[in-house]
Design a protein around this ligand. Structure first.
Ligand SMILES: Nc1ncnc2c1ncn2[C@@H]1O[C@H](COP(=O)(O)OP(=O)(O)OP(=O)(O)O)[C@@H](O)[C@H]1O
Ligand SMILES: [Mg+2]
Length: 232
């Protein structure tokens, strides 16, 4: 198997037409490897969320290719992409995307339920991950009863619960205090990197930069420069 987890080639994405046209990604190419934690930083509106959406099969690019774990993602059918996302990718959305009518534990268990795991088994696994992020006591509450930082931790637990080999996190520590943010990223880094999985994190949070193997800067829809991070 290849050690390249994500291979993005010449990605372009724009929104709107004419005067209203916004170029969100301009000829973006990069690779991320298995066993690597890559962080992407850049100003608001620079295209970070758009890039994460395109590399994880959420948003189709206008041109360019994305190969994830050897699969040419955007050449697949919609159903195949959905299946691939379920089996291979754990995603934390910038605005969490929790389901309001489900309990916290059910939200975390969703990926396992969709993968047809037995209900009790899925719920006990969900509780394990809720415990890790410090929220086991909140398991039966709906997300609306949780604080922003607690909801963010639920989203992280949900992305991790099925142990996908590609993790894509959009501002995962934005609502967390410094100690909690570092503790969560520390756990994620150990789990993911011990298993030689790959994680891409968009972040403004300088407190977690030293976990990165590489930090990539994004500006005006382009990747500008690549630093070596502190971890390796
Ligand atoms: N669905 C959309 N329709 C129209 N324009 C969009 C859409 N999504 C993003 N854009 C535009 O594309 C550009 C990049 O947006 P994106 O959300 O990727 O930025 P970002 O770097 O994630 O910003 P932030 O740090 O604020 O989250 C912005 O100018 C934004 O307004
Ligand atoms: Mg964003």
């Amino acid at each position: 198997m290849t050690d390249v987890a994500i291979d993005a080639k010449a990605l372009n994405k724009w929104f709107g037409e004419g005067e209203a046209r916004t170029v969100a990604l301009k000829d973006v190419s990069f690779q991320a490897k298995f066993g690597e934690m890559l962080m992407i930083v850049g100003p608001s509106g620079s295209g970070k969320t758009t890039l994460l959406s395109v590399i994880s099969g959420v948003l189709r690019p206008d041109s360019g290719d994305v190969t994830v774990a050897g699969t040419d993602l955007w050449k697949q059918s919609g159903d195949t992409i959905a299946e691939f996302r379920l089996n291979r990718i754990g995603f934390v959305f910038q605005d969490y995307h929790l389901f309001p009518r489900l309990t916290t534990a059910e939200n975390v268990a969703i990926p396992l339920i969709l993968k047809r795991r037995d209900w009790d088994d899925a719920m006990s696994e969900a509780l394990k991950y809720l415990d890790i992020v410090g929220l086991k006591k909140r398991a039966e509450l709906p997300p609306v009863k949780l604080s922003g930082g607690e909801q963010q931790r639920v989203a992280i637990a949900r992305a991790m619960v099925s142990q996908p080999d590609i993790l894509i996190f959009d501002e995962p520590t934005a609502s967390l205090d410094g100690d909690t943010g570092r503790a969560i990223i520390d756990f994620v880094a150990h789990q993911v990197l011990n298993d030689k999985r790959c994680i891409v994190i968009v972040t403004h949070d300088a407190r977690i930069f030293d976990y990165a193997d590489r930090v990539v800067h994004m500006e005006d829809g382009q990747l500008k420069s690549i630093d070596t991070g502190g971890a390796s």
